[in-house]
Design a protein around this ligand. Sequence first.
Ligand code: NDP
Length: 333
Amino acid sequence: GTADQKLGVALVGLGSYSTYQLAPALQDTEHCYLAGIVTGTPAKARTWQAKYNLDPEHCYSYETYDQIAQDDAIAIVYVVLPNSMHAEFAIRAAQAGKHVICEKPMGMNVAECDAIIAACQEAGVKLGMGYRLQSEPYTQEIKKYVREKTFGAVRFVSADAAYISRGNPNQWRLDRSLSGGGALMNMGVYSIQSCIYSCGMNPLTVSAQEFSTRPEYFRDTDETITAQFTFPNGVVGQMMTSHNASANRLYGSCDSGWFELQPANNYGPLSGRTSSGSISFPHESQQKLQMDDFASHILYDTPNRAPGEMGKRDMIIVEAIYQSIKEGGREIT
Ligand code: NDP
């Protein structure tokens, strides 16, 4: 690509994340811009056309979606739908010859992640996950501490990602057929990823527990999950994720110091401190950084910071956690 080239992005599913985070971020991106939309709600199409000056020819419904193949203004399709729809719409985007960004969690299970990866490989298109923290400076700093052993070897990591859900009990996130699971499918990926980059490798084993205190509200999906990991380098880790508690933290204990982010996984600004003082970076939209990183990967072959394989890795861990819960702990008698 040339230095001033910008790739057109189509957002698929105009819910709260597209509306309040991605579309505004796409007004500031350097390597991509909002070029189209895909929505099942005609009124949203009209509002977005007016607000973002979109030509109706770049606006699609779920039925006309495949015609995006003929739309040269759109290079990247960003799937921002309920989890159960990620695989289908990511695969159809790849088959239309478009690069794909898929929101987290990548799919309902590992098999869906494999199908998305295969479709993108077959079509020869790039695949990225909506993992905004992979482009975020505090997170990069933690990775640097681990890589450079700034505080010595890491021994113990701990990460929590949770919020209290009190809304409509019929929302898709609480409906297993649309979400694939509860807190673990929603926020769990943040605590899993925090553990992984705080120790610098993928976990080897997991033991997990599920807690349910509001079964009348969480009829169908997990409410609170804790899990303990071991890692190949001897690090021990623990995580918590919940739809019934508030937590947002990453901590790493090292041989000669420690690091912490709190908050660690919201839209920012994040906040961090270490045994040798506080850390601070100027705030930028994480979504802007993430989408620019992906567009730059396509245009200039810079690293793909959140490839499909990372989405699949996280889903493998999610499945292992659910499996460990099923196997159960030992009763104390
Ligand atoms: P919303 O419920 O706010 O929006 C989902 C949109 O999907 C709807 O507005 C609708 O858009 C479309 N849709 C199509 N079919 C359905 C259906 N059966 N039920 C509900 N919606 C449907 O969800 P979010 O925007 O919060 O989340 C969307 C995705 O983005 C999820 O996978 C979520 O995990 C991920 N996400 C990621 C975040 C991150 O930080 N990376 C943050 C928030 C969400 P339309 O009317 O246009 O058809």
